[in-house]
Design a protein around this ligand. Structure first.
Ligand SMILES: Cc1cc2nc3c(=O)[nH]c(=O)nc-3n(C[C@H](O)[C@H](O)[C@H](O)COP(=O)(O)OP(=O)(O)OC[C@H]3O[C@@H](n4cnc5c(N)ncnc54)[C@H](O)[C@@H]3O)c2cc1C
Length: 416
């Protein structure tokens, strides 16, 4: 097939690698003229690591070598009352996630795309899909036309403008969250962030996140700091200067003091907002939506990049038996949507449910209810297990069987 992919982020780059290897003719359109290795830390869960290893073992090895193993997730109140304290080893010994600098993941995928038989069109902003018989052409705001392609993969991220063309056909629902996060990647030469993802939640209006992030693209050991904030309060936060914020962070997590010394101006912390995108299915004839374009969610459960990698892997599997002379593979795309349904719905519903408990104006009362119920849930065996498997990225429903851990649980292969 002739495949056009819009966006060279996690989902776009991963699907370009998988589909070019399967013998399809692939063109990637990326609006940024010179993509760079920037961004905060994120956690690659066993699901994302597995998908990455299957998509490209060399990319997986490069990413794994630069990441920091994450063995546990701890969330507590400022008074050190435990809300969540789960370790990956509770599911299988040696299992872990990987804290990774987004730039490292991006660079590894991007270099592999550059080396693959893929036509890479940088600095091309696609804003419309135009039906052309059974195919689709792509156009830019100044009327440049590209394609047509047998299959178009829309992977242009949470703020996709391509969804608008088909929104009515797919009944896409988009909700903006009022709350987002400020983030900063700090040098952490002594590894004070250890090996766990650590959160301190003070009511629902304050949340500090600390993530060991491995090496940055220059090879320095770093950690990521996240600070929850409502979008309309960012200017006031910046105007107040860093002193009161640093005092709060050190009060919540005294061991972070060495990381804070590299923050000298409020502008060094970058604000990112979240949105929730939901579609009843992720395909139309000749078009499929992947990654955040298809199912953006708040990063509360740290699954977005993992789901994007998993999308790319499942799509490549669903297209594996499409013959080059076959018509546009509607049945294969329908199979893709069906296979992704439970996994994606579970994480969309859980993030929608959990996000206001950690980031909202609910304040002390909602925060106290959350503290009580989460601390209790952590002590009840089945609920605790549900927490761990949710973090692992393998859940497909509250009562449904999870994705099999068998192929996932191969630490020597997942983490050299
Ligand atoms: C604060 C924060 C923390 C997070 N933490 C985690 C975590 O711990 N674990 C995790 O798995 N995920 C995490 N995520 C989510 C994760 O970053 C995203 O889900 C993931 O990057 C989505 O990948 P994508 O390829 O769908 O989109 P993107 O990475 O956004 O890529 C989209 C690409 O499309 C390009 N593009 C956009 N529009 C156009 C256009 N019109 N034409 C051509 N190109 C275009 C963009 O330039 C970009 O390169 C976090 C997100 C945030 C905000």
């Amino acid at each position: 097939m002739d495949v056009g992919i819009i966006g060279c982020g996690t989902a776009g780059a991963a699907s370009a690698l998988a589909l070019s290897r399967a013998g399809h003719r692939v063109t990637v359109y990326e609006r940024v003229p010179a993509p760079a290795a920037i961004g905060a830390g994120l956690v690659l869960q066993p699901t994302g690591l597995w998908a990455l290893a299957r998509l490209d073992p060399a990319v997986h090895a490069e990413v794994a070598a630069a990441g920091a193993p994450i063995t546990a997730l701890r969330c507590e109140t400022p008074r050190r009352r435990t809300l969540v304290d789960v370790s990956y080893a509770e599911v299988a010994p040696g299992l872990c996630g990987l804290g990774i600098h987004r730039g490292v993941l991006f660079r590894a995928l991007f270099r592999a795309v550059q080396a693959a038989p893929v036509t890479l069109r940088l600095g091309v902003h696609i804003d419309t899909l135009v039906p052309d018989g059974a195919r689709h052409a792509l156009t830019t705001p100044d009327g440049e036309r590209h394609g047509p392609h047998d299959l178009v993969i829309v992977a242009d991220g949470a703020r996709s403008s391509l969804r608008d063309d088909t929104q009515r056909a797919l009944h896409t629902r988009i909700t903006e969250y009022a709350w987002g996060a400020l983030w900063f990647v700090a040098p952490d030469p002594d590894g004070v962030l250890g090996t766990r993802l650590h959160q301190i939640a003070d009511g629902t209006r304050r949340l500090l996140g600390l993530l060991p992030t491995g090496q940055d693209p220059d090879g320095a050991r770093v950690g990521s700091i996240f600070w929850s904030i409502r979008g309309d309060r960012v200017d006031a936060w910046r105007a107040a200067g860093l002193a009161p914020w640093k005092a709060d962070v050190v009060r919540y997590a005294p061991w972070t003091a060495p990381l804070l010394t590299s923050i000298e101006r409020p502008e060094q912390l970058i604000y990112t907002s979240y949105r929730h995108v939901s579609m009843p299915r992720w395909h139309l004839p000749g078009v499929v939506y992947l990654g955040d374009a298809a199912h953006a969610m708040s990063p509360q459960l740290g699954q977005g990049a993992n789901l994007a990698l998993f999308d790319a892997m499942v799509l490549a599997d669903c297209l594996a038996d499409v013959r080059p002379d076959a018509p546009p593979p509607l049945a294969a795309l329908a199979r893709y949507s069906a296979q992704r349904l439970r996994h994606l719905r579970y994480y969309q519903r859980m993030t929608r449910l959990l996000t206001p408990l950690f980031q909202s104006d609910g304040g002390r009362v909602l925060g106290a209810l959350r503290d009580l119920s989460m601390a209790l849930a952590c002590k009840i065996g089945p609920l605790r297990r549900m927490m761990v498997t949710t973090v692992l990225g393998i859940k497909r429903g509250v009562l449904r069987r999870s994705l099999p851990l068998g192929p996932l649980y191969d630490p020597p292969r997942l983490l050299p």
